[in-house]
Design a protein around this ligand. Structure first.
Ligand code: LLP
Length: 434
């Protein structure tokens, strides 16, 4: 399910009209549905119930504190990849023991912080990082549970920018080196290498790719076991898809069917499981509201120019991603029948939906059939909850969008819009450095 639907011809977030939100919060604004966030967490947990995993919500997908609080209350830990994300997870009230910390570029400071606060699982991405973590843990005399991110050399079959499990990418350690690294830390007093971490890409729409990666990890776990290394944690990563178009993504159960039977025997051996879902939980829990600034007609083209474009939602431009777009208050009852390129409705006309920035790549949709639009119309860009605001920029000195969280019939401002003064706030008085 998701919480965004046309009721009597008006787009609502749960029970709140989107036009009301736009009037009060302005545009561009990301609107999130709390009920949808909760529903997605529940569905994932239900599908993976035989493993009783800790779902660590991937903060990078939607880092707003109000969103993090909703998923934390629903039972999620957090997957973080920076000190900033760690700060957010802690500010949302998440226990350090429920935090998994990944990332190829953790600095000494970030490792010190992660070890000191005692994150539940520190996912190590290289032999070099492992050496440093072990040294820092010994200096601090603090125990830390480590998982080695292994690179299974499995192609996730997704966009090249978001494929992370092949040898050509910077992520994880080749399985052939893993045993040697476990040996190196065998008797370390503080750094306990006792887990494996897998994350092959995002989104992974072919569930057999998980199976292939897990098979590589299972063979490694067996080899490690024979050498006396017990694996206690298996972090299965994220990458579960979301429906950008109706019916596009496998269900949570389909993912579980590919994953659970393979790893279930490990549960009896005392292995704990982590998942790191981001997109599955957040993508369809968010809509980006935009206002049409101008409808420009030139020769054969119509450009619907909105008050934000790639600065608010980079995905169409960066990944050629499809996002369904529709007016929030369509005229003549032109309500869409599903989220896909509409072909069945009369009265649509093709247009490019673009932003105000000075780049040709600043678009949200090209050659898209939409109902006739006018200046001042409100447009909804769907499936924008994941990797929307988190990848937004201030390019062309555009303030970041506002964020609103809807829960039932209540809408609350979850991040206020930046002012123009705030855009200048970091650079008023030049300070001498040298
Ligand atoms: N775990 C790790 C180690 C990750 O790197 C990621 C995502 C996740 C979990 C969560 O993946 P998810 O469940 O959300 O698929 N900006 C891109 C997606 C980049 C994903 C980066 N890592 C996009 O907009 O499609």
């Amino acid at each position: 399910m998701d919480g965004f639907a046309f009721i009597d011809g008006h787009l609502h977030a749960e029970r709140v009209r989107m036009s009301t939100i736009a009037e009060r919060a302005g545009t561009p604004t990301f609107v999130y549905s709390a009920a949808t966030l909760r529903d997605h967490v529940r569905k994932l947990r239900a599908a993976f119930a035989p493993l009783d995993p800790l779902p660590c919500f991937s903060v990078k997908s939607c880092p707003n504190l109000s969103v993090l609080r909703v998923v934390a209350v629903e039972g999620c830990g957090m997957d973080v990849v920076s000190r900033g994300e760690l700060r957010r997870a802690l500010a949302a009230g998440v226990e350090p023991s429920r935090i998994a910390y990944a990332g190829v570029g953790k600095t000494r400071e970030s490792l010190e912080e992660a070890i000191t606060i005692g994150v539940g699982c520190l996912n190590v991405e290289s032999a070099e990082e492992l050496e440093l973590v072990a040294r820092v843990a010994a200096e601090l005399r603090r125990p830390i549970s480590l998982a080695l991110r292994v690179n299974p050399d499995v192609d996730a079959g997704t966009h090249r920018h978001t494929t992370t499990g092949t040898k050509a990418t910077k992520f994880g350690v080749g399985v052939e080196r893993a045993e040697e690294l476990f040996e190196r830390l065998r008797d370390h007093s503080f750094a306990r290498l006792e887990g494996l971490h897998l994350h092959i890409g995002s989104p992974v729409l072919d569930t057999s790719r998980y199976a292939a990666a897990i098979d590589v990890a299972l063979a490694l776990i067996e080899r490690l076991r024979r050498r006396g290394h017990a694996i206690r944690v298996l972090d299965l990563g994220g990458g579960f898809g979301a429906d950008y178009e109706t019916g596009q993504s496998p269900s949570p159960q389909a993912y579980a069917d590919a994953i659970v039977p393979r790893v279930l025997p490990l549960r009896d051996q005392g292995v704990r499981f982590l998942l790191e879902p981001g997109r599955f939980i957040a993508a369809n829990a968010g809509v980006l509201l935009l206002r049409v600034v101008r409808v420009k007609r030139e020769a054969t083209k119509t450009f619907v120019i909105c008050d934000a474009g790639m600065n608010a939602l980079l995905r169409p431009s960066h990944y050629d991603a499809f996002h369904f777009i529709w007016p929030a208050e369509p005229r003549d009852g032109l309500v869409p029948t599903r989220r896909a390129i509409e072909t069945g409705l009369a009265g649509l006309a093709p247009c490019d939906v673009v932003g105000p920035l000075c780049e040709t790549g600043d678009y949200l949709a090209l050659d898209r059939s939409l109902p006739p639009l006018r200046e001042g119309d409100l447009l909804a860009t769907f499936t924008a909850g994941a990797y929307g605001m988190s990848m937004a920029s201030r390019y062309n000195a555009q303030p970041l969008p506002a964020e609103v969280l809807v829960d039932g019939d209540r809408a609350a401002l979850a991040r206020r819009r930046e002012s123009l003064d705030e855009l200048l706030a970091h650079e008023t008085d030049p300070e001498a450095l040298a």
